[in-house]
Design a binder for this molecule. Structure first.
Ligand code: HEC
Length: 117
């Protein structure tokens, strides 16, 4: 009886350790694009569906659909604007806010925008 309780306690603690490790990996390798979009203040100008100061995420998503790599390049400042190039001077300085992001964070951001459609 005692042995089986000990065994149960042991498996429970192994399981929670494994779960903890999983969460750690998730935090490092699975950045949340939506969370980045909000925390970097992008929602100040961009709405999901409404065209306000800036194009809606849906509009951007339609244009960049199937072209995640191009959107990643834009976000890294390596490609010019194609949605509203005439308003690029408003958007360009915003790219400074995401300059320090890791590659996988920028990709998560691009994926979040494209999936808004
Ligand atoms: C001050 C308002 C403002 C903020 C804040 C802002 N944007 Fe923009 N964004 C714009 C405007 C205006 C455009 C239209 C010009 C253009 O197409 O680049 C735009 C366009 C874009 C585009 C389309 C690019 C293209 O090819 O034309 C993307 C993607 C984008 N923004 C992402 C972001 C992200 C990510 C953030 C947060 C880091 C952000 N924006 C913050 C105003 C803003």
């Amino acid at each position: 009886m005692k042995k089986s309780i000990l065994f149960l306690m042991l498996t429970a603690s192994i399981q929670s350790a494994a779960l903890f490790a999983q969460n750690e990996i998730k935090m490092q390798n699975n950045p949340d694009g939506a969370e980045i979009f909000e925390s970097k203040g992008c929602t100040f100008c961009h709405d999901t569906t409404m065209e306000r100061i800036a194009p809606s995420l849906q509009n951007i998503a339609t244009i960049y659909q199937n072209n995640e790599d191009a959107l990643v390049s834009f976000l890294k400042g390596e490609r010019s604007a194609i949605v509203y190039p005439q308003s690029a001077s408003t958007m360009q300085p915003q790219l400074m806010k995401i300059k320090s992001l890791y590659e996988d964070e920028i990709r998560a951001l691009a994926r979040y925008i494209i999936q808004s459609n």
